[in-house]
Every structure is written in structure tokens, then in C-alpha cells.
Design a protein around this ligand. Sequence first.
Ligand code: GLU
Length: 292
Amino acid sequence: MSPPVFRFAPSPNGLLHLGHARSALLNFDLAHARGGRFLLRIEDIDASRCRPEYEQAIYEDLGWLGLVWEQPVRRQSEHLALYRDAIARLTQQGLLYPAFESRADIARLVSEKERAGSWPRDPDGAPLYPGHAGQLSGAERERWRRSGAPYALRLDMAAAQARVGDLTWEELGMGPDGETGLVPARPEQWGDVILARKDTPTSYHLSVVIDDALQGVSHVVRGQDLFHATAVHRLLQALLGLPQPLYRHHPLVLDEAGHKLSKSTRATALRDLRAAGMTPSEVRRQVSLAVA
Ligand code: GLU
């Protein structure tokens, strides 16, 4: 049997904090405890927010923590052609449609819906897509495309679910409400998610499932904030014929007020803790979860 493969997959859009340290250390420790491999992947598809100095800081901070990862590191920005191919396959299956509304259009549509009653929100609290771009005629779509307007490629969630049926995943950790074991995937909670944009041929959801499959990742170990996103990941795996890894979602490190840490709060940035004299073993003690 091949050894298990673990990965830590940060985005270089800010400095790593204690929450990242928990994820990275847990992946690293699990890989070591099981004679497995530990990969580092740089999720840098959002060119407007990712910066080379943050990528450099990731290497330095993880190195300081004592982690060692395989080379070469996979950087998603170097593999856009691969994601474009997957988008082409989903388009051929008739599962994607271009939606041309701006953010302001969407906000207006949502407030209209909310004024008329309630409007559902996704597990992250964002309103579901309220538009009707999925029902535009071919001619109307063509007219929009020719206008050069920016657009998002959205997944027709109902059609996608109809194609693959009910899905589950094996949860070795726990969701925010204690979900564990065989968890039913409910991607419809996210509505018609965006999988690509006119200028970016991919999205977090698409790249993550393609890369996990391509890198042979057997165990996805990450924070509970991504627990519900797993439903979309399972759907994409099923649509694209990719293998499904095992999942382990771990509790987040919270600040004193009980809030999730953010890359913009310097108080828990590994860089600043190090500058303030904290040692790697103190970080480890502060964020440790038992490796089982
Ligand atoms: N790149 C994602 C993040 O920084 C994590 C991806 C994952 O672990 O699936 O939040």
C-alpha cells in the first residue's frame, strides 16, 4: 500500500497565524506518525491578493516551526491550463453558465428578495446567487459575451446534483456541529457557486480538488471553517471522476473574544510572536491537538 499523503495549503495573502500553525503541525505530525508524506502547496490563484513576500514568509515561518516538506512546492498559479481544461469539461457537460451581474447588481437583487421575504445564505453567511443568468437564451448570452463585460462561470447546482446523485464523505475529525463518520454532502447549501471568472480560469473549490487528486492527497486535514465547503468538493470530484480523500476537520484556534483568527490581526501572526520571543515549542504547545 502506498504511504498516506498529507498537505498544508495556505494562500499567500497575509501572514500565517496560530491557526495555520495548528493545521500545518497537525498535518506534519500525522504524516510522520503514519510513515506518510507531507506536501506544502501554495494556493495563489487570486493575483490581486497574493504577494511574493507573503509566500516567502510562509517558507520562513514553517521552517522556523521545524517543518520539512517535499520539493518542489506546487504553486497553483503555474497550473492554470489544467484548471481551464476542467472548466472546459464541465462546460461540455452543460453544467456551467456565465453570469454577468456585477457585485452591486447582486446586492440589489438580494435586498429585493429580502424585502419580499427571506433569502437563503450559504454556510459562510453570504446570500445565495439571486440571479437568473442560468435561464438566459443562447442569443442573449452571446450578446453579453460580445459586449466584453466581465462574468463569473457558475455551476448549475441542480443539474450537477441530478447528474451524480447523493454523495457522502468520510469525516475522521468533526464538523462545527459535531458531524463525524459518514457525512451526507449538501452542496445545495451553497447555491450556484462560482467556479471561474472571465479573467481567472479557476476558483478555490476547483483548484483544491484538482490538486488534491493530482498530488495523490489521501488525507485532507484542515480547519473546521472549511468543513461545509467539502460538500462542493465532493460534488466536483464526482463530476470530474476524481478520487475522494479522507477528511479531518479540526477545531479553529480562537482569539480571547472567541472569534476566528484573521490574517489581518497581527497579534497572533507567527512572525510577530517570534519577534516577541516565543519559541517554536511554545507555539506547538499552544496549538497542539493530540495526534491519533
Ligand atoms: N488555501 C486555503 C486557505 O488558505 C486552504 C485550502 C484547504 O486546506 O483546502 O484557507
